[in-house]
Design a protein around this ligand. Structure first.
Ligand code: ZN
Length: 445
């Protein structure tokens, strides 16, 4: 008998790679945080002497979801500025609140709340862009969550930086931060959008990104208004401007990319640009529907993101996956567009690929980190089970996530967070609500 730290026996295992494969009655063995074996459960019982045995006979075991785009700390602003178009939502809703409230303390508490929500809905890795990224990194490590931490770059001053130059110097510092070498954390640069970053800053950023071999993610072609504004001020579409500045390449993640021409899709495909698709945020801000089927046909990598809780207003990738699958069909006028297995791939392996992490996460393969989720199908809405992948994409609710492991650590056990004090988290969140809402009321009185 061979020792392993944890052995999970599951009714079904969906490894994502190979594509569209469902293994019945299979086990995954974990040791030192990594997957060491995937094999039929009867064989696993004979081969392994596990430290911990987890039996989930009515469940699907799958790779943990990758949330490719979010602003975690904004979970503290959930529901405070709803029902506005993007430009008003930013200028009248979000930015005044951020100017007043963003601090290291707010980012720590908001990121904790978001990580708890993401873990409970099966997510094991998130790609963030927000002020105080060093606090986001510290919080992710503290809660043992995998994160790609994007350092914001924006011309206007914030509580974190005086302007773009300080953003860039702090961004370079973060790459050398003690957390940068942590197995759970990586970093990238996150210029906010072409509307908020100058040509000179983009040029400096490109030099820095090349020197440090760092990826860049940016909100791009999110709304028709954004494109029109850019054309009015620069005579170019945002993608054209980035291309002319040398930023359209395989290190770029275009977040949203809702409004694109056929030539721009071809440009993304040729350059190896990846897309973070955030369908519910796009719906709520009335931005439009991204042409996901066309991206797929062109061979562009598309990942899924929830965007922030201020524009979604939940952070479960499960719901994002279902919305993406439904919208892709309507947008393409083709019910075969984005089939369930492909939607699941976007939420896992394509997400990992979009962050440059496909060698270490995103599928259940020996040698990868044991970032896993288990989903209980023994719920009325998921029965009967003819096709487990179809159930995952079209029926499952976040409350059906029973277990989550991040690098082998059992973070959600039978639906309960193992290492986060929920009572304390809710108390801190209420305190923020009281402070923020109290001031809003005093202002309007
Ligand atoms: Zn965003």
């Amino acid at each position: 008998m061979q020792h392993c730290d944890t052995l999970i026996l599951a009714g079904w295992c969906v490894p994502v790679e190979p594509h569209d494969l469902v293994l019945t009655d299979h086990a995954v063995a974990i040791n030192d945080g990594k997957i060491i074996d995937i094999l039929p459960s009867p064989d696993a019982r004979q081969r392994y002497a596990p430290g911990v045995l987890v039996q989930r006979p009515d469940h699907i075991l799958l790779p943990g979801f990758v949330n490719a785009h979010t602003h975690a700390a904004m979970s503290l602003l959930r529901g405070i500025a709803d029902d506005m178009p993007l430009e008003r939502w930013l200028s009248e809703g979000v930015w005044p609140l951020e100017n007043r409230w963003v601090s290291a303390e707010m980012v720590r508490d908001g990121t904790r709340l978001a990580i708890a929500e993401m873990l409970l809905s099966g997510c094991t890795c998130f790609s963030d862009q927000y002020f105080f990224p060093e606090i986001v990194a510290e919080t992710a490590v503290d809660l043992h969550m995998r994160a790609m931490v994007g350092t914001p770059v924006i011309e206007s001053p914030s509580a974190w930086a005086d302007g773009a130059a300080e953003c860039l110097s702090k961004a370079a510092d973060l790459v050398h931060d003690p957390y940068a070498d942590h197995p759970l954390v990586s970093s990238c640069f996150a210029p906010h959008s072409t509307a908020t970053v100058s040509d000179q800053t983009f040029t400096d950023l490109r030099v820095l990104a090349d020197q440090l071999d760092t990826r860049i993610q940016i909100h791009l072609h999110e709304s028709a208004q954004e494109i029109e504004n850019e054309q009015n001020s620069n005579g170019k579409r945002p993608i054209e401007r980035l291309r002319d500045l040398g930023l359209v390449n395989a290190s770029l993640m275009a977040v949203h990319a809702v409004h694109v021409t056929d030539n721009e899709i071809a440009l993304f495909a040729d350059a190896g640009v990846v897309i973070a698709h955030c369908p519910r945020s796009n719906l709520k801000l009335a931005d439009g529907i991204a042409p996901i089927a066309a991206y797929g046909k062109a061979g562009v990598t598309v990942a899924l993101g929830t965007d922030s809780a201020a524009s979604n207003n939940v952070m479960d990738v499960l719901g994002e996956m279902r919305t993406a699958a439904l919208l892709a069909k309507v947008e393409a006028h083709d019910a075969t567009a984005l089939p369930a297995a492909q939607a699941l791939r976007m939420a896992t392996l394509e997400g990992a690929k979009s962050l440059g992490l496909a060698d270490s996460i995103g599928s259940i393969e020996a040698g990868k980190w044991a970032d896993l989720a288990c989903i209980d199908l023994r719920h009325i809405n998921s029965q009967p089970v003819y096709d487990p992948i179809s159930q995952l994409v079209y029926t499952v609710q976040p409350q059906q996530v029973s277990d989550v492991w991040v690098a082998g650590k059992h973070q959600v056990d039978n639906g309960t967070l193992s290492h986060i004090d929920v009572a304390e988290l809710l108390q801190r969140t209420s305190e923020w609500q009281y402070r923020i809402a109290g001031e809003q009321e005093r202002k309007s009185a």
